[in-house]
Design a protein around this ligand. Structure first.
Ligand code: UD1
Ligand code: CA
Length: 453
């Protein structure tokens, strides 16, 4: 049986009090709706349709280049109306899995369970529910005296007795597509919010003699919906804990994990140790047997094996195997370090490639440079890459030795195995195997200090 997932993501999310649509807000470094799409994909469903509307360009941008289809809901008239927009894009003979874009804790295994139950029972509709101690805000699942499903009542429409019900609607369902699209046409917005409620289709289908199943989810936390910033923070906390546990299970040591923040899409190899107060974000990958932190922030970077990074900031950089970084280094976008590079304290590197075995141990700025193999850059060396209008390149060939406190005024090239004298301001190219010194002669004059104690 073919299956299409329809993710409802057109709402504004008024309770977020935001200029952005709710589903693009991030939890654990990933937009809420991307968590849902990933869970759907991990459950083996390839055909994914997103219903977008409010701020749709923001939602579409997240999935640029990905095999996800979009349908537009121009006016947000409710969840039923939202699903209706997908009718033309769904085969009426297929199973449609409907989800909300604001449930980032959902796991693929739960979706599989729901689909299996739906197919086994040959149901026309199956709704995923759960039991919450505090069900406030959710739709309640109403059952008759025998426990058979009756209907769902929204929080805003519920009577005080109905509000006591602890079983809630997750907002995740399977439907026989043809049936649900027929039922949607009969919806009436006769409720407190004046909306077309998707939940009402269950009652309509029952009245037509269709089979409606209810499956309670194993873990209530999975259906946690994010409607405001407090629920966003709760989701974030759970996702972070899950990620840390997953990494530890896979052989990564986290020292004081509660102080370590690692985004969902980060990968880390075994035997790597992460020290406290470290933040690893975005699409970062870290190899095996590294030591990261303490006090380190890395995002969207590729780090090799056996790399040590202490108290440093690394952003959109690539670091080869066996490099040592920090403490207090700042590696900015476009930094590429090949293997065995040492970058020490108070060094800033930007848009530069550094060759195998080179060292920049202290107090330097290296920008727009190509640094060869086994180059040594002395303390206080600065590439003067900017003339006020344009950026220029500095090239340091293999085995060059840059004396301390050299100013390299770009564009400039230091030849293979050449040396610059400490304190020189180098403005012209230096050929290979040469020494370039630019310094006034030292004067020595007789002198007596005025206050000599
Ligand atoms: C919905 C359910 C409720 C359930 C809860 C679970 C209905 C009527 N209610 O309520 O029973 O307990 O989810 O989290 O379905 N959306 C659109 N277009 C619209 C309206 C909403 O695309 O016109 C999208 C939203 O972007 C969101 C999702 O549908 O991703 C759910 O909408 P939301 O307003 O959050 O519904 P709830 O009030 O939480
Ligand atoms: Ca919701």
């Amino acid at each position: 049986m073919s299956c299409t997932a329809v993710i409802l993501a057109a709402g504004k999310g008024v309770r977020m009090k935001s200029h952005l649509p709710k589903v693009v807000h991030k939890a654990a470094g990933k937009p809420l709706v991307a968590h849902v799409v990933d869970a759907v994909r991990a459950a083996g469903i390839e055909d994914i349709i997103l219903v977008v509307g409010h701020g749709r360009e923001h939602v579409q941008k997240i999935f640029a280049g990905q095999p996800v289809k979009f349908v537009v809901q121009e006016q947000q008239l409710g969840t039923g109306h939202a699903l209706q927009q997908a009718q033309g894009a769904v085969d009426p003979d297929s199973t449609v899995l409907v989800l909300a874009g604001d449930t980032p804790l959902l796991r693929a295994s739960t979706l599989q369970l729901l689909l299996e139950h739906h197919q086994k029972c040959q149901a026309h509709a199956t709704v995923l529910t759960t039991f919450l101690d505090d069900p406030a805000g959710y739709g309640r699942v109403l059952r008759d005296e025998k426990g058979s499903f009756l209907r769902i009542v929204e929080d805003k429409d519920a009577t005080p007795e109905e509000k006591q019900v602890k079983e809630i609607n997750s907002g995740i369902y399977c439907f026989q597509a043809g049936k649900v699209f027929q039922a949607l046409q009969q919806l009436q917005p006769l409720n407190a919010q004046g909306e077309y409620y998707l939940t009402d289709t269950l009652e309509i289908l029952m009245a037509e003699g269709c089979r409606v199943e209810v499956v309670p989810a194993a873990e209530p936390e999975e259906i946690h919906g994010v409607n405001d910033r407090i629920q966003l923070a709760q989701a974030e906390k759970i996702l972070r804990q899950r990620k840390n546990l997953e990494l530890m299970r896979d052989g990564v040591t986290l020292i004081e994990p509660d102080t370590i923040i690692i985004d969902s899409d980060v990968t880390i190899g075994c035997d790597t140790i992460v020290w406290p107060f470290t933040l690893i974000q975005g699409k970062t990958s870290i190899g095996e047997a590294c030591e990261i932190g303490p006090w380190t922030n890395i995002n969207d970077s590729r780090i090799g094996h056996r790399v040590v990074i202490e108290s440093s900031r690394v952003k959109e950089a690539e670091i080869g195997d066996d490099c040592t970084i920090g403490p207090y280094a700042y590696l900015r976008p476009g930094t590429v370090l090949l293997e065995h590079v040492k970058v020490g304290d108070f060094v800033e590197i930007k848009q530069s490639t550094v060759g195998v075995g080179s060292k920049i141990p202290h107090l330097s700025y290296v920008g727009d440079a190509i640094v060869g193999r086994e180059v040594n850059i002395g303390a206080g060396t600065i590439t003067c890459n900017y003339d006020g209008q344009r950026k220029h390149q500095t090239i340091l060939e293999d085995q060059a030795f840059i004396g301390s406190n050299t100013n390299l005024v770009a564009p400039v090239r230091i030849g293979k195995a050449s040396v610059t004298g400490a304190g020189s301001t180098i403005t012209r190219d230096v050929p290979p195997n040469s020494l370039a010194v630019e310094r006034a002669d030292q004067r020595v004059v007789p002198w007596k200090k005025k206050h000599d104690h």
